[in-house]
Design a binder for this molecule. Structure first.
Ligand SMILES: [Zn+2]
Length: 126
């Protein structure tokens, strides 16, 4: 059975403007406010949406780069994305093993760049 859609209002948590939202009948005001915040056109809401998008892209890139061979490391790195976004640090390097490392950083244009470096190491006489 399709849920009944009703028109209701929610308040954007960023700018406080009240917006009409398409809501299911049983939604709480908190949920309505969350939808209003997501759909609002104010600068803060847009910024938040960009952040979400940025996080999705970075998550996909991490998966693409190391997801198959290093799923646990990929998971850990993914969890660190918000810290980069909040500028808790600007760069993070993780050593995957003796020869491979993966680096995540925010570039000048505000994009999160993920890169992997494999070093060829020749050691003699160890
Ligand atoms: Zn707003």
């Amino acid at each position: 059975m399709a849920k009944e859609k009703i028109k209701s209002t929610g308040t954007c948590k960023y700018c406080g403007s009240i917006r009409m939202v398409n809501a299911a009948a049983e939604m709480t005001q908190t949920e309505l406010d969350a939808i209003a915040s997501e759909e609002c056109d104010c600068e803060m809401a847009k910024k938040e949406r960009n952040k979400e998008e940025q996080k999705e892209i970075a998550t996909a890139n991490i998966k693409l780069l190391i997801g198959e061979k290093h799923p646990k490391a990929a998971e850990g790195l993914t969890q660190m994305i918000p810290f980069i976004q909040e500028f808790a640090f600007t760069e993070l390097t993780v050593k995957l093993n003796e020869v491979s490392k993966v680096q995540m950083k925010m570039n000048e244009r505000g994009s999160i760049i993920i890169s992997k470096t494999d070093t060829i190491k020749d050691t003699v006489g160890e």
